[in-house]
Structure formats: C-alpha cells, structure tokens
Design a protein around this ligand. Structure first.
Ligand code: GRG
Length: 280
C-alpha cells in the first residue's frame, strides 16, 4: 500500500479559507485520525493503471471532505445523536450544533472548490466532479441516509442491501470510478462502480458486526445501533450469517480487481485485505 501524507494534503486544502470558528471545526473533524480509506482507494486505482497518483490528490481530499461532512451531520442530535467520533468528542459536542452544521456545509462546499483546482484535463475534471456529486448527493449517499433515517424499521435484507449501497457503497465506489477516469480508463467506470458497491456492502456489514461486538472505546466512535433500535445486517442475518456475507463480498471484489484488464491489483488487494482485518 502506498504511504501518503494525507494530513498535510488535507490541511492545505483548508488553507484558502479565512480563519473562523467554522474553519476550526472543519479542521477539528477533518484532521482527526480517520482511516483515509476513500482517498487511498483513489490513488491505488490510478497507480494500479501505472499512472502518477499525485494527479488524484485534489479529488482524494475532496472525497475525504465529503465523507467527513457526512460523519459530522450523521452524529448530530437530529440524526444519530452520538458523542464520540474518530476517538474524540463529535463536532457538535466539541463546538455546538450550529457550528457543526456549518462545518459540514463548509466541508461539502470546499470539497468541490478543491476538486475544481486539480491540474488535469478539463474533461476528466468535469467527469470526476460529476461522479462525486452523483455518488454523494440525493441519488446516492444522501438518499441512503434519507431511507435509513426515515424508514429503517421497515427493512428486510434485500431492502437493507439497497440502503447500504446508497449510504455506504456510493462513497466507496466514487474513488474507484474517479481513479479510472484519471488513469485514462473511462470505459471501465461501470466495472469499478460495481466493485465499489461490493466493497461498500462488505464494509457496512463489517461496520454492523463491529458495532455489535466491540466497545465504543475500541471503535473510537459511539456504537449506537442497538440504542437506536436500528435494523442491521447482524439483526437480520445473525453474526455468523453477516460474517459469511462479508467474507464472500470481499473475496468477490478481490477476484474482480485481479481480473481487470491492464490493471496491476496487488497493492489495492493488499489494502482490501487490511480493511477486512480492521478492528475499528
Ligand atoms: C448525513 C448526508 C449524511 C450522510 C450520512 C456516511 C453516513 C451517511 C453516515 C455515517 C455513519 C455510518 C455508519 C455510515 C456508514 C459508512 C461508514 C461505515 C462510515 C464510517 O467510515 P470509516 O470507517 O470512518 O471510513 P473513518 O472515521 O475511519 O473515516
């Protein structure tokens, strides 16, 4: 797996903004110790196609900013009402609710400003911005969050899978799709979309398993599914069934990556192996 100093890149992406309480809150959440999975997926795809991963850095930062905004808003009292995130008090606990809402808004907007400054051909830039907005927006992650927040008790497994695809899969598929575009393999975007949805579903099932089996201290975030009476893959399939599904999905995605023409998948597959062994 490639080692990249995401902290410096993310810090720099906030530099153009004037100092304010909102900027402090944005930096507080963005620079907290997240796993940086989405930015890392993006550069792994570009490098796997033999291109310079640096061309993806602005988009990688944009993805992490959109992801962080979603975590800040998801933790708010009107949603999951959580106290702990990335091992620290949630944004609204550390600051206040109004600041946390604005910090999320600010990160979402700054993500697109950062992406628009990338030094890549204009058609690739527009494609990547389009992918990011579709995957993050109200046909993607926001749609998934809408279903999950407003309709969750009505779920069976088929319905829950659709919600997970939208809520979690879309923002994990986006870096793979954007990576293909930036590596001059736009024709493969749909293939990477499907691989991303498989990884996303596996990742969300794993998140449900960890929520049910690990402490908040170990996870560095509140494990609130039971408290919120959420229907999850564990409540529907049982722990064993959920683990079986997760393992099959990760294995399937690794197989598809290795079968992708012109792509050297060892580093990306090693990263997926590391995600599969995560404990938080
Ligand atoms: C509020 C618009 C809006 C969307 C919220 C992403 C999301 C949708 C909510 C966050 C809560 C959650 C459990 C989402 C599922 C995806 C997921 C497992 C996110 C956590 O991602 P990690 O593990 O987090 O990559 P770090 O902190 O490591 O970056």
């Amino acid at each position: 797996m490639m080692e990249i100093d995401w902290e410096s890149l993310l810090q720099k992406s906030l530099d153009p903004l004037p100092d304010s309480r909102v900027k402090q809150a944005m930096a507080y959440s963005l620079l907290a110790p997240g796993k940086r999975i989405r930015p890392q997926l993006l550069v792994e795809v570009i490098a796997g196609y033999g291109k310079d991963p640096a061309r993806g850095y602005p988009f990688a930062c944009a993805l992490e900013m959109v992801h962080t905004y979603s975590l800040i808003h998801d933790d708010l009292p009107a949603m999951d009402n959580d106290d702990l995130r990335r091992g620290r008090p949630t944004c609204h606990r550390q600051f206040d609710e109004a600041t946390a809402i604005l910090a999320g808004d600010g990160l979402l907007t700054q993500a697109f400003a950062t992406a628009s400054e990338a030094e890549v051909p204009a058609d690739q830039k527009v494609s990547c911005i389009h992918i990011l907005s579709e995957m993050a927006g109200s046909g993607g992650m926001v749609y998934g969050q809408c279903l999950d927040t407003l309709e969750n008790p009505a779920y069976d497994w088929e319905k829950l899978k659709q919600v997970h695809n939208a809520k979690t899969g879309c923002l994990l598929a986006a870096p793979l799709m954007m990576g293909a575009v930036l590596a001059d393999h736009s024709g493969e975007v749909e293939r990477w979309h499907q691989i991303g949805l498989d990884i996303g579903l596996a990742f969300q099932i794993q998140d449900d398993i960890l929520d049910a089996t690990e402490s908040a201290q170990q996870l560095g975030k509140s494990n609130s599914d039971a408290r919120n009476e959420k229907v999850t893959s564990v409540s529907l399939l049982g722990l064993k069934g959920a683990r079986r599904q997760m393992e099959a999905l990760y294995a399937g995605s690794v197989r598809k990556i290795q079968e992708t023409g012109g792509f050297k998948g060892d580093s990306l597959c090693a990263m997926i192996g590391a995600i599969q062994s995560r404990k938080k």
